[in-house]
Design a protein. Structure first.
Ligand SMILES: [Zn+2]
Length: 507
């Protein structure tokens, strides 16, 4: 059996004005492009492709790689980037023909500079090459904004069930098994989806606690225990994308039972809809969060999550509001990961380790993440930038935010600030340890992360506080200027009437 694989994966924050370019994709440890057999470099990693490779080996399936391109979340993907990687994938598929199935690795919320539905375009292009009878299956991120075209073109779609996404390998493996079942004609996937008039903040999709989305996801797991259900998915959507089809959606794939798929997709949607008021997120004012951390007993570790400026949601990554709060409060034993400011990094490197520098830091990218901060500190460390993630999420992969500097403010035991050349999204203890900061030995850890930090940091945190700072991954969705999102939609519109019995598509 020959399964061709490849894909393009990026999560697009359409409020981020800086586009995502070919150069970004090709920047090592920031973007990731694997051509042909290079894909197997992901063997053993905690990624979707890592899961697919391991499962293919276990099942004795011949995996034919084309091109897989991925990039950290950011602005809309340029047409040049999409066309480049799409054409490489299509050429790889043509060269591999005849194939038994296609396993496409997608994110699900990628938007192009001139099209909101990149995944729909890619799926359609591949369908055209392989024809109507070769099954196409794709694993999807939980933050997928599901388009009609995606469902109409793929034979089956399978989403993550965890946020932080610690189940990426498992989801890839599940998608491959589903595809193999279809190729062998052991099953006939019948897929239905339900898209709700509901947009919710990322922070309410977390699965490390009993969030509203998790209730529906738990039910999806139960459904997958039934022999007729091949996959059941609850997508939270990616709210920081102004696209018509954004928001919460459910997908159920059954074995040759479209009516059951329809009913279960609606059942999962009903769970989300009934809980719609519970999705509200109410972050804590920055001064209150800092005061709580400073008043806590010796040995406490308070994580202050700067959830509105999460690099993993494609923000600027240069908001300095929490740092300003730390300076104002004269906080001690505080470490900030990370503030993107290439100019400040260059100034620190020019000054050299041990030098005192006075800088204006952050807040320069787009005016949407608060003002810069003036500070004086000592250059404690200069680092080339790359380090390996320890997990639980994406373990074994190497990442880099470019050259990284640690500034020490108010001497040892004061405030340590990491400055980077590119935006970060601290999801792993090594975001501190790689730069000489032991996170378990700091009273305050400031993380620019909406939720991915939770898998690694909740176990070491005395308390996690989501703070209310400015940024384009803020849970205050009413502050975003949506122009293309379908309306009415809850909670942006107050009196939304809806029930899952309303017409929606089935394939
Ligand atoms: Zn995601």
């Amino acid at each position: 059996m020959r399964i061709v694989t490849g894909g393009i994966a990026q999560e697009t924050n359409t409020f981020q004005r800086q586009p995502s370019t070919v150069a970004d994709f090709l920047t090592p440890d920031y973007g990731f492009v694997a051509r042909g057999a290079e894909l197997f470099d992901l063997d053993g990693t905690g990624t979707v492709s890592g899961g697919i490779i391991a499962e293919a080996r276990a099942l004795g399936v011949d995996l034919v790689p084309t091109t897989f391109a991925a990039l950290v979340p950011g602005g809309r993907v340029t047409r040049e980037s999409f066309d480049l990687f799409r054409d490489e994938i299509l050429a790889g598929v043509r060269a591999a023909l005849p194939v038994d199935g296609v396993l496409l690795v997608l994110h699900g919320a990628m938007a192009l500079e001139d099209d909101d539905d990149a995944e729909g375009l890619l799926l359609a292009a591949i369908r055209e090459v392989v024809g109507p009878h070769v099954p196409i299956v794709a694993p999807l991120d939980l933050h997928t904004n599901l388009s009609d075209a995606m469902v109409q073109t793929a034979d089956a779609l399978v989403g993550y069930k965890e946020y932080p996404h610690i189940d990426m390998p498992e989801t890839g493996a599940r998608a491959l098994r589903l595809l193999i079942g279809a190729v062998r004609s052991e099953t006939r996937p019948a897929m239905a989806f339900t898209r709700l008039p509901l947009i919710v903040a990322n922070q309410s999709m977390v699965t490390t606690w009993a969030s509203p989305l998790k209730r529906a996801i738990d039910r999806a797991r139960e459904l997958e225990g039934e022999s007729a259900v091949l996959a059941a998915t609850v997508l939270g959507g990616f709210p920081f994308a102004d696209v018509p089809f954004g928001g919460v959606a459910t997908i159920v794939v059954t074995d040759d039972d479209p009516a059951l798929a329809r009913r279960y997709a609606d059942d999962l949607a009903a769970i989300c809809w009934e809980a719609r008021a519970d999705f509200a997120v109410n972050p804590t004012p920055v001064p209150d969060a800092i005061a709580a951390a400073m008043a806590a007993p010796e040995g406490s570790v308070y994580v202050l999550a700067d959830i509105a400026d999460s690099g993993a949601s494609g923000t600027a990554g240069d908001g300095a509001a929490v740092l300003q709060g730390l300076l104002d409060a004269e906080a001690r034993s505080a470490a900030v990961a990370q503030i993107m400011d290439a100019g400040a990094v260059a100034a620190c490197i020019a000054a050299g380790v041990g030098s005192e520098v006075t800088l204006c830091v952050g807040g320069k990218h787009d005016g949407l993440h608060g003002p810069p901060v003036d500070l004086t500190g000592m250059v404690r460390l200069i680092h080339e930038g790359s380090f390996m993630l320890g997990g639980p999420m994406a373990a074994g992969t190497t990442t880099s935010r470019g050259r990284t500097v640690v500034l020490e403010i108010d001497g040892p035991g004061g405030i340590e600030v990491q400055l980077t050349e590119r935006r970060g999204h601290p999801s792993d203890l090594n975001y501190f340890r790689a730069f000489g900061i032991e996170p378990t030995a700091r009273r305050i850890l400031v993380l620019k992360s909406a939720a991915h930090f939770r898998a690694a940091f909740e176990p070491i945190a005395t308390e996690v506080i989501e703070v209310d700072a400015p940024g384009i991954s803020s849970p205050n969705l009413a502050t975003f200027d949506y122009r293309n999102l379908r309306r009415p939609i809850y909670p942006l519109d107050s009196d939304v009437e809806w029930s899952p019995a309303a017409p929606s598509a089935t394939t």
